[in-house]
Design a protein around this ligand. Structure first.
Ligand code: ATP
Ligand code: MG
Length: 254
């Protein structure tokens, strides 16, 4: 089971879009996918239109046991033809668990997930911060994927995210590895974007910045409102980003 935390302390870089796009790519390959929505905003949860369960990720933090984790899993309502995806839904009350709590000695999500089997890929969509919920995701994951945009603030965000990943590796999760930095919303005609992309390659190492860069395509916004992954949109932009997502997935699963 590969567990990937999708992180960025900056908002709106595309964490949720990448989570759902990778879930779509993996489901298309016939893999068993679980999305854990740790963002109190609940964007992935509302997109996945899961059958409303009585429990959510909040219960896992309140009672971090495998039984609570498994009872929080809901089936998502994507068209079955697109492949099956399960979801641990978010809840607005998750915000209660995002406050800084000092050094993490006994991470809750990792504890609750320990014996969970049956999935090939678990994707954890994180809130736009490096607070306690993102740290919980990094402690439970074996891979971290950082999502950024080609901008000065984006570069700053990546530096902080990489430092946080190193800290979690050192303190509670030596198995955690960075599997890539996604350069999202890239516009090839922009000199500024080319400059920022080069800068990002210097910061993270060019092997770690996933290629090709993810272009700015309206297909992500089109997918957002449909309750289906970007793979279900039929236009050239959607096909282009679906191919790139599949390339990223191969690297993540390696
Ligand atoms: N490559 C892209 N091209 C164009 N639009 C994109 C792309 N990636 C994401 N978007 C759009 O950008 C907006 C923000 O994306 P998304 O919600 O995935 O970001 P996020 O990092 O999860 O945000 P938050 O920090 O609030 O959780 C959405 O409207 C989404 O459709
Ligand atoms: Mg999001």
């Amino acid at each position: 089971m590969r567990t990937v935390a999708i992180v960025a302390n900056k908002g709106g870089t595309g964490k949720t879009s990448l989570t759902l796009g990778l879930a779509g790519a993996a489901a298309h390959r016939g893999l068993a996918v679980l999305v854990i929505d740790l963002d109190p905003q609940g964007n992935a949860t509302s997109h996945l239109r899961s059958t409303k369960g009585r429990t959510s990720a909040v219960d896992i933090f309140a009672h971090p046991t495998q039984a609570t984790f498994e009872s929080a899993i809901a089936v998502c309502n994507w068209d079955a033809a697109l492949g099956e995806v399960d979801v641990v839904p978010s809840h607005p009350d998750l915000i209660r668990f995002d406050s800084w709590n000092g050094a993490m000695s006994n991470p809750k999500l990792a504890r609750a997930m320990k014996g969970v089997v049956g999935y090939d890929l678990v994707l954890v969509d994180c809130p736009p911060s490096l607070g306690a919920l993102t740290r919980e995701a990094l402690a439970a994951a074996d891979r971290a994927l950082v999502v950024t945009t080609p901008s000065y603030f984006g570069a700053q965000g990546v530096e902080r995210a990489l430092a946080e990943i190193r800290e979690i590796q050192r303190s509670v999760n030596p198995d955690l590895e960075l599997c890539g930095v996604v350069m999202n919303k890239f516009k090839p005609i922009s000199e500024e974007h080319a400059f920022r992309a080069a800068e990002m390659n210097d910061i993270a190492g060019s092997r770690m910045v996933l290629k090709p860069y993810m272009p700015d395509r309206i297909a992500f916004q089109q997918a957002e409102g449909t309750g289906a992954p970007v793979q279900a949109i039929s236009n050239s932009g959607a096909r282009e980003v679906s191919e790139i997502l599949d390339t990223y997935l191969t690297k993540i699963l390696r």
